[in-house]
Write a protein that binds this ligand. Structure first.
Ligand SMILES: *Cc1c(COP(=O)(O)O)cnc(C)c1O
Length: 395
Protein backbone atom coordinates (compact mmCIF):
# COMPACT_ATOMS: atom_id res chain seq x y z
CA UNK A 1 0.00 0.00 0.00
CA UNK A 2 1.25 3.50 -0.81
CA UNK A 3 2.08 5.89 2.03
CA UNK A 4 -0.14 8.75 3.22
CA UNK A 5 2.22 11.37 1.74
CA UNK A 6 2.12 9.70 -1.68
CA UNK A 7 -1.68 9.55 -1.67
CA UNK A 8 -1.72 13.31 -0.98
CA UNK A 9 0.32 13.93 -4.13
CA UNK A 10 -1.05 11.43 -6.61
CA UNK A 11 -3.80 12.68 -8.94
CA UNK A 12 -6.51 10.52 -10.42
CA UNK A 13 -7.12 10.68 -14.16
CA UNK A 14 -10.75 11.64 -14.51
CA UNK A 15 -10.73 11.37 -18.31
CA UNK A 16 -9.79 8.04 -19.93
CA UNK A 17 -6.84 8.29 -22.28
CA UNK A 18 -5.85 11.87 -21.42
CA UNK A 19 -2.43 11.97 -19.81
CA UNK A 20 -2.19 15.30 -17.97
CA UNK A 21 0.28 14.92 -15.11
CA UNK A 22 -1.88 17.15 -12.93
CA UNK A 23 -5.61 17.24 -12.33
CA UNK A 24 -7.43 19.35 -14.98
CA UNK A 25 -10.20 21.81 -14.11
CA UNK A 26 -13.50 20.97 -15.79
CA UNK A 27 -14.80 24.53 -16.04
CA UNK A 28 -18.20 23.58 -17.37
CA UNK A 29 -21.63 23.76 -15.80
CA UNK A 30 -22.99 20.84 -17.81
CA UNK A 31 -22.09 17.82 -19.95
CA UNK A 32 -24.01 16.77 -23.08
CA UNK A 33 -25.67 13.45 -23.82
CA UNK A 34 -25.31 11.39 -27.01
CA UNK A 35 -29.00 10.52 -27.02
CA UNK A 36 -32.20 10.56 -25.00
CA UNK A 37 -31.63 7.08 -23.57
CA UNK A 38 -28.31 8.20 -22.10
CA UNK A 39 -29.89 11.30 -20.56
CA UNK A 40 -32.53 9.15 -18.88
CA UNK A 41 -29.93 6.78 -17.44
CA UNK A 42 -28.07 9.75 -15.99
CA UNK A 43 -31.15 11.43 -14.53
CA UNK A 44 -32.39 8.24 -12.90
CA UNK A 45 -29.00 7.65 -11.28
CA UNK A 46 -28.39 4.48 -13.33
CA UNK A 47 -25.26 5.87 -14.95
CA UNK A 48 -22.47 7.64 -13.03
CA UNK A 49 -21.85 9.98 -15.98
CA UNK A 50 -21.65 13.60 -14.80
CA UNK A 51 -24.22 15.90 -16.42
CA UNK A 52 -24.60 19.04 -14.32
CA UNK A 53 -21.83 20.47 -12.14
CA UNK A 54 -24.04 21.28 -9.15
CA UNK A 55 -24.72 17.52 -9.01
CA UNK A 56 -21.27 16.26 -9.90
CA UNK A 57 -18.12 17.46 -11.66
CA UNK A 58 -15.04 15.34 -12.50
CA UNK A 59 -12.55 17.75 -10.88
CA UNK A 60 -14.65 17.95 -7.72
CA UNK A 61 -15.18 14.16 -7.61
CA UNK A 62 -11.47 13.49 -8.01
CA UNK A 63 -10.62 15.70 -5.05
CA UNK A 64 -13.45 14.42 -2.86
CA UNK A 65 -12.27 10.85 -3.56
CA UNK A 66 -8.76 11.83 -2.51
CA UNK A 67 -9.95 13.36 0.78
CA UNK A 68 -12.08 10.27 1.44
CA UNK A 69 -9.06 8.01 0.89
CA UNK A 70 -6.92 10.12 3.23
CA UNK A 71 -9.53 9.98 6.02
CA UNK A 72 -9.94 6.25 5.49
CA UNK A 73 -6.18 5.61 5.42
CA UNK A 74 -5.23 2.55 7.50
CA UNK A 75 -8.83 1.73 8.38
CA UNK A 76 -10.87 -1.03 6.73
CA UNK A 77 -13.48 1.53 5.63
CA UNK A 78 -14.02 2.81 2.12
CA UNK A 79 -15.34 6.29 2.91
CA UNK A 80 -17.05 8.77 0.60
CA UNK A 81 -16.69 12.55 0.66
CA UNK A 82 -18.90 15.36 -0.60
CA UNK A 83 -17.17 18.69 -1.22
CA UNK A 84 -19.03 21.91 -0.42
CA UNK A 85 -18.62 25.64 -0.93
CA UNK A 86 -17.28 26.25 2.61
CA UNK A 87 -16.75 24.60 5.98
CA UNK A 88 -20.01 26.16 7.19
CA UNK A 89 -21.93 24.73 4.24
CA UNK A 90 -20.41 21.32 4.96
CA UNK A 91 -21.91 21.51 8.45
CA UNK A 92 -25.28 22.89 7.35
CA UNK A 93 -25.53 20.40 4.46
CA UNK A 94 -24.84 17.46 6.77
CA UNK A 95 -27.17 18.65 9.54
CA UNK A 96 -30.05 19.51 7.18
CA UNK A 97 -29.49 16.28 5.27
CA UNK A 98 -29.68 13.92 8.23
CA UNK A 99 -31.89 15.70 10.81
CA UNK A 100 -35.48 16.95 10.83
CA UNK A 101 -37.73 18.80 13.28
CA UNK A 102 -37.91 16.90 16.57
CA UNK A 103 -34.35 15.57 16.28
CA UNK A 104 -31.47 16.67 18.50
CA UNK A 105 -27.88 17.89 18.20
CA UNK A 106 -25.75 17.25 21.28
CA UNK A 107 -22.70 19.48 21.25
CA UNK A 108 -20.10 21.34 23.31
CA UNK A 109 -19.84 25.08 23.93
CA UNK A 110 -16.23 25.43 22.82
CA UNK A 111 -16.36 24.72 19.11
CA UNK A 112 -15.87 27.00 16.10
CA UNK A 113 -17.98 30.10 16.84
CA UNK A 114 -19.79 30.00 13.49
CA UNK A 115 -20.96 26.44 14.15
CA UNK A 116 -22.59 27.39 17.46
CA UNK A 117 -24.16 30.42 15.77
CA UNK A 118 -25.48 28.22 12.92
CA UNK A 119 -27.04 25.80 15.41
CA UNK A 120 -28.68 28.62 17.38
CA UNK A 121 -29.83 30.93 14.56
CA UNK A 122 -30.69 28.52 11.74
CA UNK A 123 -30.99 24.95 12.99
CA UNK A 124 -32.85 25.50 16.29
CA UNK A 125 -35.60 27.66 14.67
CA UNK A 126 -36.30 24.75 12.27
CA UNK A 127 -37.31 22.64 15.27
CA UNK A 128 -34.09 20.73 15.90
CA UNK A 129 -33.19 20.74 19.59
CA UNK A 130 -29.62 21.83 20.45
CA UNK A 131 -28.21 20.78 23.81
CA UNK A 132 -24.81 21.56 25.26
CA UNK A 133 -22.85 19.08 27.31
CA UNK A 134 -19.33 18.77 28.62
CA UNK A 135 -17.73 16.04 26.50
CA UNK A 136 -15.16 15.53 29.27
CA UNK A 137 -17.94 14.23 31.49
CA UNK A 138 -19.22 10.99 29.93
CA UNK A 139 -21.87 10.50 32.65
CA UNK A 140 -23.38 13.86 31.73
CA UNK A 141 -23.17 13.02 28.00
CA UNK A 142 -24.94 9.68 28.56
CA UNK A 143 -27.61 11.35 30.70
CA UNK A 144 -28.31 14.01 28.04
CA UNK A 145 -28.42 11.57 25.12
CA UNK A 146 -30.92 9.40 27.02
CA UNK A 147 -33.15 12.42 27.74
CA UNK A 148 -33.51 13.81 24.21
CA UNK A 149 -35.76 12.79 21.32
CA UNK A 150 -35.61 11.81 17.67
CA UNK A 151 -32.46 11.11 15.69
CA UNK A 152 -29.45 12.19 17.67
CA UNK A 153 -26.31 13.73 16.27
CA UNK A 154 -23.34 14.27 18.57
CA UNK A 155 -21.21 17.12 17.17
CA UNK A 156 -17.68 17.46 18.53
CA UNK A 157 -14.43 19.22 17.78
CA UNK A 158 -11.09 17.99 19.08
CA UNK A 159 -8.83 19.72 19.88
CA UNK A 160 -11.41 22.40 20.61
CA UNK A 161 -11.25 26.02 19.49
CA UNK A 162 -9.48 27.95 20.97
CA UNK A 163 -8.61 26.27 24.31
CA UNK A 164 -7.40 23.03 22.60
CA UNK A 165 -9.12 20.63 24.98
CA UNK A 166 -9.21 17.09 23.59
CA UNK A 167 -12.16 14.75 23.63
CA UNK A 168 -11.76 11.00 23.99
CA UNK A 169 -13.25 9.98 20.64
CA UNK A 170 -13.23 6.25 21.35
CA UNK A 171 -15.19 6.70 24.58
CA UNK A 172 -17.57 9.24 23.02
CA UNK A 173 -18.37 6.94 20.06
CA UNK A 174 -18.89 3.87 22.22
CA UNK A 175 -21.29 5.71 24.50
CA UNK A 176 -23.14 7.47 21.65
CA UNK A 177 -23.51 4.39 19.47
CA UNK A 178 -24.81 2.42 22.45
CA UNK A 179 -27.63 4.96 22.70
CA UNK A 180 -28.39 5.20 18.99
CA UNK A 181 -26.61 8.49 18.33
CA UNK A 182 -24.25 9.23 15.43
CA UNK A 183 -21.03 11.15 15.99
CA UNK A 184 -19.64 13.98 13.84
CA UNK A 185 -16.14 15.37 14.34
CA UNK A 186 -14.90 18.62 12.84
CA UNK A 187 -11.33 17.60 11.94
CA UNK A 188 -10.29 20.96 10.47
CA UNK A 189 -7.54 21.67 13.03
CA UNK A 190 -5.82 18.30 12.57
CA UNK A 191 -6.37 17.14 8.98
CA UNK A 192 -6.24 13.37 8.43
CA UNK A 193 -2.44 13.57 8.59
CA UNK A 194 -2.55 14.23 12.34
CA UNK A 195 -5.83 12.59 13.37
CA UNK A 196 -8.11 10.07 11.67
CA UNK A 197 -11.43 10.04 13.54
CA UNK A 198 -12.75 6.97 11.66
CA UNK A 199 -10.17 4.89 13.54
CA UNK A 200 -12.06 5.73 16.77
CA UNK A 201 -15.51 4.91 15.36
CA UNK A 202 -16.67 8.39 14.30
CA UNK A 203 -19.52 8.38 11.74
CA UNK A 204 -18.94 11.69 9.92
CA UNK A 205 -16.00 14.03 9.53
CA UNK A 206 -16.27 17.71 8.65
CA UNK A 207 -13.54 19.87 7.13
CA UNK A 208 -13.17 23.51 6.41
CA UNK A 209 -10.65 22.88 3.61
CA UNK A 210 -10.19 26.67 3.69
CA UNK A 211 -7.69 25.98 6.47
CA UNK A 212 -4.90 23.35 6.48
CA UNK A 213 -6.09 21.05 3.67
CA UNK A 214 -5.73 23.87 1.15
CA UNK A 215 -3.26 25.52 3.48
CA UNK A 216 -2.42 28.72 1.59
CA UNK A 217 -5.32 31.00 2.53
CA UNK A 218 -6.44 31.36 -1.10
CA UNK A 219 -9.57 29.22 -1.25
CA UNK A 220 -12.86 28.71 0.60
CA UNK A 221 -14.43 25.24 0.59
CA UNK A 222 -15.46 22.35 2.81
CA UNK A 223 -15.94 18.60 2.95
CA UNK A 224 -18.24 16.05 4.55
CA UNK A 225 -16.78 12.54 4.86
CA UNK A 226 -18.71 9.44 5.88
CA UNK A 227 -18.76 5.70 5.42
CA UNK A 228 -22.45 4.73 5.30
CA UNK A 229 -23.57 4.62 1.64
CA UNK A 230 -27.30 5.19 2.35
CA UNK A 231 -26.41 8.37 4.19
CA UNK A 232 -24.12 9.45 1.36
CA UNK A 233 -27.21 9.63 -0.83
CA UNK A 234 -29.01 11.88 1.68
CA UNK A 235 -25.99 14.12 2.14
CA UNK A 236 -25.38 14.37 -1.60
CA UNK A 237 -29.07 15.23 -2.17
CA UNK A 238 -28.90 17.87 0.54
CA UNK A 239 -25.80 19.38 -1.15
CA UNK A 240 -27.46 19.27 -4.57
CA UNK A 241 -30.74 20.84 -3.41
CA UNK A 242 -29.28 23.44 -1.07
CA UNK A 243 -26.82 24.27 -3.84
CA UNK A 244 -23.84 24.12 -1.49
CA UNK A 245 -21.61 22.46 -4.09
CA UNK A 246 -17.89 23.17 -4.39
CA UNK A 247 -16.75 24.81 -7.61
CA UNK A 248 -14.22 22.95 -9.84
CA UNK A 249 -11.69 25.74 -9.37
CA UNK A 250 -11.89 25.58 -5.56
CA UNK A 251 -11.60 21.78 -5.68
CA UNK A 252 -8.48 22.18 -7.80
CA UNK A 253 -7.09 24.67 -5.26
CA UNK A 254 -7.67 22.15 -2.45
CA UNK A 255 -5.82 19.55 -4.48
CA UNK A 256 -2.81 21.84 -4.99
CA UNK A 257 -2.65 22.32 -1.24
CA UNK A 258 -3.04 18.61 -0.51
CA UNK A 259 0.12 17.81 -2.44
CA UNK A 260 2.24 19.50 0.25
CA UNK A 261 0.02 18.62 3.22
CA UNK A 262 2.52 16.38 5.00
CA UNK A 263 5.56 18.65 4.73
CA UNK A 264 3.50 21.71 5.68
CA UNK A 265 1.98 20.01 8.71
CA UNK A 266 5.37 18.73 9.88
CA UNK A 267 6.72 22.29 9.83
CA UNK A 268 3.55 23.85 11.33
CA UNK A 269 3.74 21.38 14.23
CA UNK A 270 7.48 21.80 14.86
CA UNK A 271 7.13 25.60 14.87
CA UNK A 272 4.06 25.53 17.13
CA UNK A 273 5.77 23.28 19.63
CA UNK A 274 8.76 25.59 19.84
CA UNK A 275 6.62 28.75 20.12
CA UNK A 276 4.45 27.18 22.85
CA UNK A 277 7.54 26.24 24.86
CA UNK A 278 8.97 29.75 24.62
CA UNK A 279 5.64 31.41 25.44
CA UNK A 280 5.28 29.22 28.53
CA UNK A 281 8.58 30.61 29.81
CA UNK A 282 7.71 34.25 29.11
CA UNK A 283 6.98 36.39 32.18
CA UNK A 284 4.13 38.28 30.47
CA UNK A 285 2.23 35.10 29.65
CA UNK A 286 -0.14 33.67 32.24
CA UNK A 287 -1.03 30.36 30.63
CA UNK A 288 -0.37 28.50 27.37
CA UNK A 289 -2.73 25.97 25.79
CA UNK A 290 -0.82 23.51 23.62
CA UNK A 291 -1.05 19.75 23.78
CA UNK A 292 2.66 18.99 23.59
CA UNK A 293 3.20 20.69 26.95
CA UNK A 294 3.25 18.35 29.92
CA UNK A 295 1.29 21.10 31.73
CA UNK A 296 -1.64 20.69 29.34
CA UNK A 297 -4.44 18.60 30.89
CA UNK A 298 -5.04 16.73 27.62
CA UNK A 299 -1.41 15.94 26.82
CA UNK A 300 -1.83 12.16 27.25
CA UNK A 301 -5.09 11.96 25.32
CA UNK A 302 -3.65 14.09 22.49
CA UNK A 303 -0.66 11.73 22.30
CA UNK A 304 -3.03 8.79 21.95
CA UNK A 305 -5.29 10.32 19.28
CA UNK A 306 -2.99 12.56 17.27
CA UNK A 307 0.31 11.84 15.55
CA UNK A 308 1.55 15.41 16.24
CA UNK A 309 0.08 18.31 18.23
CA UNK A 310 -0.98 20.69 15.46
CA UNK A 311 -0.41 24.33 14.56
CA UNK A 312 -2.86 25.98 16.93
CA UNK A 313 -1.66 27.54 20.18
CA UNK A 314 -3.62 29.80 22.50
CA UNK A 315 -2.35 31.76 25.47
CA UNK A 316 -3.44 34.28 28.05
CA UNK A 317 -1.56 37.54 28.18
CA UNK A 318 -0.98 38.78 31.73
CA UNK A 319 -3.14 41.86 32.35
CA UNK A 320 -6.34 40.89 30.55
CA UNK A 321 -7.98 42.71 27.65
CA UNK A 322 -5.82 45.85 27.74
CA UNK A 323 -2.47 44.03 27.70
CA UNK A 324 -3.69 41.48 25.14
CA UNK A 325 -4.81 44.33 22.85
CA UNK A 326 -1.46 46.07 23.27
CA UNK A 327 0.30 42.86 22.36
CA UNK A 328 -1.77 42.33 19.20
CA UNK A 329 -1.37 45.97 18.12
CA UNK A 330 2.42 45.71 18.46
CA UNK A 331 2.81 42.76 16.07
CA UNK A 332 4.64 43.56 12.86
CA UNK A 333 5.02 40.17 11.17
CA UNK A 334 2.14 38.06 12.51
CA UNK A 335 -1.16 39.19 11.01
CA UNK A 336 -4.35 39.83 12.95
CA UNK A 337 -6.76 37.84 10.77
CA UNK A 338 -9.90 35.80 11.31
CA UNK A 339 -8.68 32.50 9.91
CA UNK A 340 -6.12 29.76 10.47
CA UNK A 341 -4.12 27.21 8.55
CA UNK A 342 -2.25 29.67 6.34
CA UNK A 343 1.50 29.46 5.63
CA UNK A 344 1.80 32.82 7.43
CA UNK A 345 1.43 33.07 11.23
CA UNK A 346 -1.98 34.51 12.11
CA UNK A 347 -3.28 35.93 15.36
CA UNK A 348 -6.87 36.10 16.52
CA UNK A 349 -8.62 37.49 19.59
CA UNK A 350 -11.38 34.90 20.25
CA UNK A 351 -13.59 36.92 22.62
CA UNK A 352 -13.52 39.96 20.32
CA UNK A 353 -13.52 38.22 16.92
CA UNK A 354 -14.47 34.57 16.26
CA UNK A 355 -16.59 34.09 19.39
CA UNK A 356 -18.06 37.60 19.73
CA UNK A 357 -21.54 36.29 18.78
CA UNK A 358 -21.38 33.41 21.24
CA UNK A 359 -23.10 34.07 24.54
CA UNK A 360 -20.59 35.46 27.07
CA UNK A 361 -21.56 32.83 29.65
CA UNK A 362 -20.93 29.94 27.17
CA UNK A 363 -17.68 31.69 26.17
CA UNK A 364 -16.29 32.09 29.67
CA UNK A 365 -17.35 28.60 30.76
CA UNK A 366 -15.05 27.38 28.00
CA UNK A 367 -11.95 29.32 28.93
CA UNK A 368 -12.39 32.09 26.36
CA UNK A 369 -11.38 35.00 28.56
CA UNK A 370 -10.85 38.53 27.27
CA UNK A 371 -7.06 38.15 27.57
CA UNK A 372 -6.89 34.97 25.48
CA UNK A 373 -5.03 35.17 22.15
CA UNK A 374 -5.02 32.40 19.52
CA UNK A 375 -2.11 31.73 17.19
CA UNK A 376 -2.20 29.76 13.97
CA UNK A 377 1.52 29.15 13.74
CA UNK A 378 2.76 29.33 10.17
CA UNK A 379 5.68 27.69 8.38
CA UNK A 380 8.06 30.67 8.38
CA UNK A 381 11.45 30.43 10.08
CA UNK A 382 10.53 29.98 13.74
CA UNK A 383 13.04 32.64 14.84
CA UNK A 384 11.24 35.31 12.78
CA UNK A 385 7.91 34.37 14.37
CA UNK A 386 9.39 34.40 17.86
CA UNK A 387 11.20 37.71 17.38
CA UNK A 388 7.87 39.35 16.53
CA UNK A 389 5.96 37.75 19.43
CA UNK A 390 8.70 38.51 21.93
CA UNK A 391 8.94 42.15 20.86
CA UNK A 392 5.16 42.58 21.09
CA UNK A 393 4.96 40.95 24.52
CA UNK A 394 7.31 43.64 25.83
CA UNK A 395 9.48 43.64 28.92
C1 LIG B 1 -13.10 27.89 9.69
C2 LIG B 1 -13.76 26.78 10.37
C3 LIG B 1 -15.05 26.39 10.03
C4 LIG B 1 -15.86 27.13 8.98
O1 LIG B 1 -15.27 27.01 7.73
P1 LIG B 1 -15.44 28.07 6.53
O2 LIG B 1 -14.64 27.46 5.43
O3 LIG B 1 -14.95 29.38 6.99
O4 LIG B 1 -16.90 28.12 6.22
C5 LIG B 1 -15.61 25.32 10.71
N1 LIG B 1 -14.92 24.66 11.67
C6 LIG B 1 -13.68 25.01 12.02
C7 LIG B 1 -12.97 24.25 13.08
C8 LIG B 1 -13.05 26.08 11.39
O5 LIG B 1 -11.82 26.44 11.75
Amino acid sequence: MKSFATLCIEDPRPLEGVRSTNLPIYATSSFYFDDVAQSQLAFTGKSPQPFYSRYSNPTVEAVSDKIARLEGFCTDLEPWAVLTSSGMSAISTLVLGVLKAGDTIITQGNIYGGTTELFEKVVRPLGVEVVYVDFQNMDQVGQKISEVNGSKLVFAETPSNPALDCIDLGALCKLSHGMGAKVVVDNTFCTPYLQRPFAFGVDFIIHSTTKFLHGHGSSTAGAIVGADLDIRKRVWESMKLLGTNCSPFEAWMINMGLKTLTIRMDKHCANAMEIAKRLENHHNVLKVNYNSLASHPYHELAKKQMSQFGAMVSFEVKGGLEKASNFMNQLQHCMLAPTLGDTHTLVLHPSGMSHINVDKAIREANGITDGLVRLSVGIEDVEDIWMDLERALGN
